[in-house]
Design a protein around this ligand. Structure first.
Ligand SMILES: Cc1ncc(COP(=O)(O)O)c(C=O)c1O
Length: 359
């Protein structure tokens, strides 16, 4: 028999995104369903981004700018770095795959917290690399444990801050000590900052500012959360010139579509929308946290636009919420059984959610 499929792909589990919102609404016979399971932006996208997409629709018969040049220029200006240190991807998801394609080989070890954002493991598995899991210490990333698991065979370490699904951050001092301890010839350290815009802890480090000292660092960011462009798929990596050159070699020629590029550019030109989103998330996160505390419900100290909440029977609680028109993520699906992962909603939705959980 001819062997068609790569053995490494046997280890890959397809990403389970769940049923579409439309399918669920139809199946449950609901008039409305609020999705608090995907950490989307409850305020929607910037009106400027929506207008940019409308204008760009007339040009969708033309290929996009393959290098996302205007977007990289704008990002670079804002970050105070060179555009050559940025690659834009079809969501931060694509960048995780590009890192694996460019760097991982069979036999490499890829260290990551457990649980963590699933695509890290997918990238490692696709490449035939070996996943080395470092258990979280409660809800916190255990940097000492990760360092102990790093060996000369370690090709990359994934860190996520704020962590999905645990919601916690890695603070500046321990992160710098960790990076220093990896020595002069460290593995790649991928610092996933998808939720960095929602952090209010003053000890949160800016990953981009660390790049000058730690050239093996790769920082990931996205327009899906703060900018509300999840449906258009735009993320970016900031790294050394060498790393970006390698990622460019393995990416598809036109990996980011026209609508995504113009919408992301327009989002950068609307800092008020980003500020509104941040203010909204911080206020409503505090409101939910106070509501959980008041009801004796335990949760992780969140710095993200979602909370990880401990419940006695997560499956039952999720079903109860679903019947009430609110979709949340069962923690069991993201490595936290006995928990629900809940995106910060609007005040009206949060009130409903607290009431339903109380019942
Ligand atoms: C930690 C983390 N990294 C990356 C991503 C992917 O972001 P994008 O929508 O840009 O692919 C997500 C999305 O939920 C995430 O939670």
């Amino acid at each position: 028999m001819r062997k068609i499929w790569r053995a490494a792909v046997d280890a890959v589990t397809p990403y389970e995104a769940g049923k579409s919102l439309e399918t669920l609404v139809a199946e449950l016979g609901l008039t409305e369903l609020v999705r608090l399971s995907a950490n989307e932006n409850m305020l929607g996208a910037s009106p400027r981004a929506i207008e940019a997409v409308r204008r760009e629709a007339a040009s969708i018969h033309l290929y996009p700018d393959g290098g996302s040049g205007a977007l990289r220029d704008a990002l670079a200006r804002g970050l105070g770095i060179s555009p050559a240190q940025i690659v834009v991807g079809n969501g931060a998801d694509e960048l995780i795959t590009l890192i694996a394609l460019a760097a991982f080989e069979p036999g490499d070890e890829i260290v990551m917290p457990h649980p963590s954002f699933e695509p890290y493991a997918t990238g490692a598995n696709i490449a035939g690399a070996r996943i080395v899991q470092s258990p979280l210490a409660g809800y916190e990333t255990d940097l000492d444990d990760i360092r102990r698991r790093a060996t000369p065979r370690t090709k990359a370490i994934f860190l996520c801050s704020p962590h999905n699904p645990a919601t916690t951050i890695i603070r500046r001092e321990p992160l710098v000590a960790f990076l220093d301890a990896l020595g002069a010839d460290p593995p790649l350290v991928v610092l996933d900052e998808a939720y960095h815009d929602f952090v209010d802890d003053p000890d949160y480090p800016d990953g981009v500012s660390l790049l000058a000292h730690y050239p093996r660092l790769v920082v990931l960011r996205t327009f899906s959360k703060i900018a509300g462009l999840a449906g258009l798929r735009v993320g970016y990596a900031i790294a050394s010139l060498e790393a970006i050159d390698r990622f460019n070699r393995v990416r598809a020629p036109y990996n980011v579509n026209r609508l995504g590029q113009v919408a992301a550019l327009a989002a950068l030109e609307d800092p008020d929308h980003a500020a509104r989103t941040r203010k909204f998330v911080l206020e409503e996160r505090a409101y939910l946290a106070a509501g959980f505390e008041h009801r004796g419900i335990a949760f992780a100290p969140s710095q993200a636009n979602f909370l990880l909440v401990r419940v006695a029977d997560a499956r039952h609680a999720r079903e109860r919420l679903l019947a009430g028109g609110i979709l949340v993520r069962d923690g069991a699906a993201v490595g936290f059984p006995g928990h629900l992962r809940i995106t910060v909603g609007t005040r009206e939705i949060n009130e409903r959610l607290l009431k339903l959980l109380e019942e």
